[in-house]
Ligand binder design. Sequence first.
Ligand code: CA
Length: 225
Amino acid sequence: MQKILVIEDEKEMARGLKDILEYDGYEVVTVETGKEGIQAASRREPDCIILDLMLPDISGYEVCEQIRRKHRIPILMLTAKSQDHDKIRGFKVGADDYLTKPFSVGELSARVMALLRRHGQYAQEMDLIRIGPNTVDVKHFIILRGEKEYSMSHYEVELFKLLYSHANQPVTRDEILDKVWGTDNFPTNRTVDNFIVKLRKKLEEDYRNPRHILTIYGIGYKLSP
Ligand code: CA
């Protein structure tokens, strides 16, 4: 089930949004402040965020900007204002779409569906990924850096994709084992570390001083594009 995070302090509006979206078959998480929203964007891993511009603690623009620094989750911004400069500002800080209150149920449903669909297509088309001086072609299992070309194994690609989908956030060894290896081949934490070294040798200028695949001590790894 796709999950939608609603960041809105007005209780009636938040409840209305929740009802509409749940009726459409989404799981809905609601929070009332910008700070809670920023945390929930990381912790709850929503597929889409509905963000009200007017929040009690920090403005929706700032919330949008902060979420955008870490995540590529589509953001639909809500506002009571309809001036063009607000829209432009919303898009500048990374909102994907904009809805002016009051709006109809149908309009909301259609916008959310379009955002999720567009984002899904984007994720699929994202076969070429830039990491520093490298271009990672996840479809053809290749890393290109300058004149050099490295091939990647199945597990290296899966490991890379997992880290990239959580760019700038730590991913634990357990999560890596679970999502990349599952129950295949009885891997151990050592397996993860070995594959991290393999990836580093291909992605880093100096694999002993990595700049992109970073070790988070006691936790796991983090990809910094
Ligand atoms: Ca509000």
